[in-house]
Design a protein around this ligand. Structure first.
Ligand code: F3S
Length: 519
């Protein structure tokens, strides 16, 4: 292996992990070999944060109020937003065990030593003083084979060449395109092959490092069919904002919000620095969200409101217990999936607690609230105010929609059956054979296979009516060059709406639009 090449590439991972823009500086400012853990000494216990990390608190997820104005809160990626925070705020000195020190000293090879070096610097930057062993299985959101990820993919390949592997079979986000079901036209295929030239290289290195076949690709890795749902309390390293906050909140696992690549380093070491959302203190809620809507809330609007208000602070949500009947199950989990993913798209919420519903408040009640917490009331008027902020971003605002997007995060099996029945039932009632616009249903292949096996007739009927089952990522598709010029999309996903020009509608309205092709 070209050792020098490896060194210059490794810090890019930290850049990807914490802040766009830090990587290039990191590549030039790596400390000289051998790594000196005391670098630099002055100031706080861990020393001054090096220059390359100065952008670690720069993010597009800083607080923005519903009025579009900055709230002053800054995301720190540690599970607690702050005002006036700087990169120096969290710096610490890591205490290593003898085994960890041996890895750092190169006893298990130069590649692993460098991964450990990154891990130590990463942990110290975020205030960790020790590492913990990981359990369960990792989840990676390194899923786009675009040129800008080339150095990171090369780094992973060098690790695979050296025989490194994830400590457990891990799951990966959906691929960014689908040339089988949706993008099987010449123009989009051309753009895909030009835009993602490293896709096969990325897929290949994932399989070398321990990912299963592509049928398991999904952001909803915790679905029964995909099977990555570690036990409560398990330390893991997950990367994908919607999966991280579902895992922390509903499963009760303990993971920070990693950036793409850092979770793979944790996976290959089987360790992660202990800070933020992995600690008891870091999981306490700074906000009480008092839901007072007269009926079931719009989960996407609620999540968006929470994300904008809390930034990355943890919310404790009260007033929605009745909509879960005492437990989260396959029939109602989509509500938390929709809400949680919106908190992580409109803000950077990595964990939330729902009174009487999710595991930690079920056990500890309002002890999960931090001292001095603030309260935010979410009533019908506030819900409407949030929905009204979703302005129409289509270039031609008065034109008719021409595609529907359902399943960001990926649909559960229950959602697939529900939507297919809703739409085929409505078509029958209207005496129509086909939907007015194509409906893209996003789900992992393992869910689609189950659906085809268990609801064969329904699946065929819906497909003939204009519904497409695809395993790609909805938002990456909507990020394609020229997409917003040619596609006027509608969705029930607030996450999709927060990241794209696709318009957001409640379920019943969406069915109507799908049938009529009109809003
Ligand atoms: Fe999943 Fe892509 Fe949405 S990864 S959560 S479908 S942005």
């Amino acid at each position: 292996m070209d050792r020098r090449a490896f060194v210059t590439k490794v810090p890019l991972t930290i850049g990807a992990a914490a802040a766009v823009g830090a990587g290039a500086e990191a590549a030039q400012e790596s400390p000289p070999e051998p790594y000196n853990r005391n670098f630099p000494q002055a100031g706080n216990p861990g020393g001054k944060v090096p220059d390359f990390a100065k952008n670690f608190v720069t993010t597009d997820m800083n607080g923005t109020g519903p009025d579009g104005k900055p709230t002053g809160q800054t995301a720190t990626f540690s599970g607690a937003s702050k005002k006036g925070v700087t990169a120096d705020t969290a710096s610490a000195k890591m205490q290593l065990t003898a085994d960890e020190q041996a890895i750092l000293d190169g006893k298990e090879g130069p590649e692993k030593a460098k991964l450990m070096k990154i891990m130590v610097r990463f942990g110290e930057t975020f205030g960790a003083t020790k590492m913990v062993d990981l359990g369960g299985a990792p989840h990676s959101n390194l899923f786009i084979g675009a040129p800008y990820l080339g150095s990171l993919i090369d780094m992973l390949n060098e690790c695979a060449d050296a025989g490194l592997k994830s400590y457990a079979t891990y799951t990966v986000n959906p691929r960014p395109y689908d040339v089988y079901n949706v993008q099987n036209n010449a123009t989009e295929m051309e753009m895909i092959y030009q835009g993602y030239p490293l896709q096969m290289k990325l897929d290949y290195v994932h399989s070398r490092l321990g990912a299963p076949d592509l049928n398991y690709r999904s952001c909803a890795c915790y679905l029964d069919e995909v099977g990555n749902a570690p036990d409560p309390g398990t330390y893991v390293a997950w990367c994908e904002s919607s999966a991280v906050n579902y895992g922390n909140s509903v499963l009760g696992i303990r993971t920070n919000r990693y950036g793409a690549g850092m979770e793979m380093i944790c996976a290959m070491l089987g360790k992660a620095p202990l800070f933020g959302l992995m600690t008891d203190e870091g999981r306490k809620a700074k906000w009480l969200i008092d839901v007072k809507t007269t009926g079931e809330p719009d989960w996407g609007a609620l999540g968006t409101a929470i994300g904008r208000k809390c930034v990355e602070d943890i919310p404790y949500i009260a007033g929605v217990e009745d909509y879960f009947g005492g437990e989260v199950n396959n029939q109602n989990m989509h509500k938390l999936k929709a809400m949680g993913s919106a908190t992580a798209a409109a803000g950077a919420v990595g964990c939330y607690h729902v009174e009487g519903v999710t595991p930690e408040p079920k056990e500890k009640g309002r002890d999960m609230l931090a001292e001095g917490y603030e309260t935010y009331a979410f009533d019908d008027a506030e819900q409407q105010r949030i929905i009204d902020t979703f302005e129409n971003l289509w270039p031609d605002q008065d034109a008719h929609p021409n595609a529907a997007f359902i399943g960001c995060p990926h649909n559960t099996y229950h959602e697939v059956v529900k939507w297919v029945k809703l739409i085929t039932g409505a078509l029958e009632e209207a005496g129509q054979d086909e939907t007015a616009i194509p409906v893209y249903m996003f789900m992992p292949n393992v869910v689609r296979t189950r659906f085809l096996e268990e609801e064969t007739e329904l699946a065929g009927k819906a497909r003939r009516a204009g519904m497409f089952y695809t395993n790609m990522c909805a938002v990456v598709y909507s990020g394609m060059k020229g997409f917003s010029d040619r596609i006027r999309g509608v969705t029930n996903s607030a996450k999709t709406r927060n990241y794209s020009s696709i318009r957001y509608f409640p379920d019943d309205k969406l069915v109507d639009i799908i049938l009529t092709g009109k809003i």
